[in-house]
Structures are given as C-alpha cells and as structure tokens.
Design a protein around this ligand. Structure first.
Ligand code: PLP
Length: 417
C-alpha cells in the first residue's frame, strides 16, 4: 500500500498493524476507523487540566455515543453526560451507574423527564418552566440548573450556546424566580452548570463564563458541584500547522479562579467540565473510495462514497477537515492540483472540501477524512436511504476490531408497520 499524502496518520501510526486499503477491503467503504490510544491520551490530557483535588471530567456522548468508545472513556475514569433518554440508555449500556450520569436536557416532555427521574440520574433543567415541571414530577428532589452566563463562544453561530441569541440556559436575571420555584416544590439545588458553545481555541470566553457562574453560585449555600461545560477545541487544520488549544494556560487560570472562589465559599465543591469533541474528534479517520472523477465547467470534482449523511459537518457548518490519500498501486501523483471533493448524495451542497490543493487523485484511491471522531457518526443519517457504515477500532496493540456493524437494507424497512 502506498501512502500518497498521509503525514499525520503516519506520524501517529494511526492504523497500527493494518492499513486503510486492507481495512476498507475487509469492512467496506466508507468506514469509520478509531484509534484507542488517541482516545485514552485525550482523556488523560483533560483529567490533568487542573490539580484541584475534586475535579471531574464528564464525557459528552453527543459527540460520539458508540458503546465501545464509552467503555474506553469509562475505563479512563471519566463520568458521563446525557442530553436525551437515548443517551441515558446507552450510558447505562456502557456500564455507567446512574449517579455517574448527568442529564442536561432542553425542552423535554414530562415523559422524558420522568424517564430520567426514574433512572435516578443527576438532572439539570434549563428553564423556569422545566424547573417547575421537574418540581411537579419530583417534589422534594435534587436538581441542578443550567445557567446562561450571557457569554458565548464556538466555531459557528449555530453552536454558540451562551449569550443573547440562544435558546439554552436560564438568564441570570431570573435567579430570584429559580429560588421561588425551588421553595415552592421543596427542591434542593445540588449544582449549577453551563455550556457556552462548542469548539473554542481561545479560552477567554470560557474563563469569563467561569467567573460569572461562580458569582451566581455565591447565592446558594449547599452546592455539591459546579460544571463549567465543554467546548474544548481541536485543530482541524493540522496540515497547515494550526496550533493546539493551550490547555496548560487554561488549566492554570481555571485553577486560580477555582481556588480563589473556594476560599471564600468555605466548603468543598466538585468542579466539572463536559467535553465531547476534545476526547474523540482526533481519534477517527473516515475512509472512503474515489468512485468518479470529472471536470465540470473548469472545476475538477473528485467523486467519493462519503456523502454528508456520514460526515455532516462540512455541509452544516462549512467545517474544514484535512484529507489524506492512500493508494493500493505504486503509481505516484506527479502533480498537485485544486479539486473539489464531493460525496454521493443527491444535493449540490454535498461537498467535503472546496478548492483543496492535493496531490493528483485517481479512481479507486482511498481518501481519509481526518478528525472524524466527533459529530460524524453521531450526526449521521439514512438520508437518500443510504446505509450507515461500520465502525472499527484499532486497539491498543494496533489490531483492528469491529465495534459497530454496517447497516443493511433491512434496517431501512424494519420499522414499517
Ligand atoms: C450541554 C452540552 N455539554 C457538552 C457539550 C460538548 O461540547 P463539545 O463537544 O464542544 O465539547 C455540548 C455540545 O454542544 C452540550 O450541548
């Protein structure tokens, strides 16, 4: 096998004892390939964010909820979030105890909230009306509330979840209303949480929001935990040497903020972060095959089987993913050229990379879409009645293992009555 353009995966020995051509031959194309060592090292990095002794990392499985991946994350000692009853279910399947699951919901039905209450997981609500619903369903219970600190961050306006233009969290001006509902239903406020957006590379807004939530927390005497949220970014543009998030400085500043606050609060409180992307994004490469090449009005299109049903981020957020090229034959690419890499879906927006300069690509080449571990499979769909691909893990010894089967046509029709 010939690595045409693959510096990043080669440096990591990402494919261990196997290679992309062998893997797609064995499991089909497209194919999500995960690397266990990468997941474990990302867990360690975030566990070491602060030396504050009572610090917990809750993994956010909306980024990737494959149960085998959850088991690895659990084995690394991370606790877990859930944003739906389905995520509570898969967290439990991965072996998490209810008390280790933090359900952070938004606009849910009484039925869904009851499922979480009955499952005995920790619950956070994010509006006065949902706090009231919780009170009615579970008077005398323990609850956390999600604050909107008035500050947001994120790689795209669709994922900024704090500030003036988002549906999330409780406006800090409404804290007196929160207290009234807590009293009315005899609820104990055990925690405060927030999540101000996804993918920050500059920690300014995150640190500012930490100060704001701690300011609110002063008003409540018996808090058990404060959760600052996730959003830790990863460099998607490694081929252009994009810098990493400076976790060391972020950790030092956060520790200082926490220690100053704790001195004043006078009681031990657990501090939590809830990252999704940072743990899994870099752990996967989405492999696909080059199926057709054409020139259409001066644009060279590289047609692949990687539609936006398996990688929605470029379509939804105009996100960049680095691309690698692998080839079975020994033929070399003599030149580089600008191409558009596109998928097989029946929509013009089905574009993975626009005007990307890459070594010449040929039919039957395998391309690897880097950093596809977060918000890829978890956001995938059956649009156009396409099947979701298999997921494979390169384990700690470099060997491949199937962790989710490829869908079948029967999966498309199973629920018809
Ligand atoms: C409530 C909540 N927590 C955590 C996360 C994880 O975010 P990220 O994957 O950016 O770390 C999200 C994602 O949007 C979220 O909505």
């Amino acid at each position: 096998m010939n690595y045409i353009h693959a510096l990043i995966s080669r440096k990591l020995n990402f494919y261990g004892n196997t290679n992309p051509v062998e893997l797609t031959g064995k499991y089909g194309s497209p194919l999500y390939v995960y690397n266990e060592s990468v997941i474990r090292s990302k867990c360690s990095e975030l566990k070491g964010l602060t030396d504050y002794p009572d610090f917990v990392v809750n993994y956010s499985p909306k980024a990737n909820s494959n149960v085998e991946i959850l088991k690895i994350v659990k084995d690394e000692g991370l606790l877990v979030d859930a944003v739906s009853s389905g995520e509570i279910f898969t967290d439990l399947m991965a072996g998490y105890s209810p008390e280790d699951i933090f359900y952070v919901c938004n606009n849910v039905t009484a039925e869904e909230l009851s499922y979480a209450i009955d499952a005995r997981v920790k619950i956070s609500v994010d509006s006065i009306s949902q706090l009231e619903l919780f009170g009615k369903l579970n008077p005398g219970g323990e609850v956390s509330i999600r604050i909107n600190p008035g500050v947001g961050t994120g790689h795209h306006k669709k994922v900024v979840t704090g500030g003036q233009s988002t549906k999330f969290g409780i406006d800090i001006k409404l804290i007196e209303d929160v207290k009234r509902i807590l009293n009315r239903y005899n609820l104990t406020l055990s925690g405060l949480n927030q999540h101000i957006g996804s993918l920050f590379m500059d920690s300014g807004a995150y640190l500012k929001s930490a100060e704001i939530i701690l300011d609110i927390a002063r008003q409540f005497n018996n808090l058990k935990f404060i959760d600052f949220g996730g959003g830790f970014g990863i460099p998607y543009n490694k081929q252009n040497n994009e810098s990493r998030l400076d976790l060391k400085t972020l950790g030092e500043k956060l520790t200082q903020i926490i220690n100053n606050w704790i001195k004043e609060y006078g009681r031990q409180v657990t501090f939590i972060i809830e990252p999704g992307r940072y743990i899994v994004a870099e752990s996967a490469v989405l492999l696909g095959s080059v199926t057709a090449i054409k020139l259409n009005y001066n644009i060279k299109y590289i047609g692949t089987d990687i539609g936006f049903n398996v990688l929605p981020r470029p379509m939804i957020y105009d996100s960049h993913h680095d691309i690698e090229i692998y080839r079975e034959s020994d033929v070399q690419s003599a030149k580089s050229e600008s191409v558009w890499i596109v998928g097989n879906m029946c929509e013009t927006g089905d574009i993975i990379a626009k005007d990307r300069t890459l070594p010449e690509i040929f039919e039957n080449d395998i391309i690897g879409i880097l950093d596809s571990g977060a918000y890829a499979y978890s956001m995938s769909s059956n649009y156009n009645n396409r099947l979701r691909p298999a997921e494979v893990l390169i384990d700690i010894n470099g060997n491949d293992r199937l962790i989710r089967k490829k869908e079948t046509f029967e999966d498309l029709v199973d629920n018809f009555t």
